[in-house]
Design a protein. Structure first.
Length: 189
């Protein structure tokens, strides 16, 4: 049984369509990760926060709130996995362009890239999608967001502060580092 949350109603609607097309039974809803247990009022064997979603929260306090909600959503003995970017390994001293994707299909070429603007312990990201359909003007979309460039050691500390144990980092399991922690089983609490 899978339950999925996202802050974006548009993303939730797309996920519902994708799941239906694959005949998957997934319970979707719109919710901020800082309110996950308050929203769901139940727990799961595994809680996942993927694709660097946690650093959208812009302070240690907000992240700790989210991790406490994730802890409450995790059954005793269950695991929490968090995929994050390793900000400590990045040069954040200057602006940078980050290639994302090039997709060519028939008469359509789509190019995507990110522009990162460091601002102390945060950075602003502009995500550009340029679509050339062969018409006179390409279609350009820009989406903007901000991240908290929190280091992995601090995230592991916050996971343990929230009540998780054995918080550790794993590399080479996914396209970005994965943090794994366990909610203590009732017998070990």
């Amino acid at each position: 049984a899978v339950t999925a949350l996202d802050l974006s109603p548009v993303s939730v609607e797309r996920a519902k369509r994708e799941a239906a097309a694959r005949n998957l039974s997934i319970d979707f809803s719109v919710c901020d990760m800082t309110r996950a247990f308050d929203h769901l009022e139940r727990s799961f064997d595994m809680v996942l926060a993927c694709d660097n979603s946690v650093p959208h929260l812009l302070s240690d306090e907000q992240i700790l709130t989210a991790f406490r909600q994730m802890w409450r959503c995790t059954t005793p003995g269950g695991c929490c996995l968090v995929g994050v970017r390793d900000y400590d390994a990045l040069d954040r001293s200057a602006r940078r362009l980050v290639p994302y994707d090039i997709h060519v299909e028939e008469n359509r070429c789509t190019i995507a890239f990110q522009a990162w603007e460091p601002k102390g312990d945060r950075y602003e990201v502009a995500f550009f999608v340029i679509e050339d359909t062969g018409s006179a003007e390409p279609i350009t979309r820009v989406m903007r967001t901000e991240y908290y460039a929190v280091g992995i050691p601090r995230l592991l500390e916050l996971m343990e502060q929230a009540g998780f144990v054995q918080a550790q980092r794993f590399d080479d399991r996914m396209f970005q580092p994965v943090l794994c922690a366990q909610r203590p089983s009732a017998a070990s609490s």
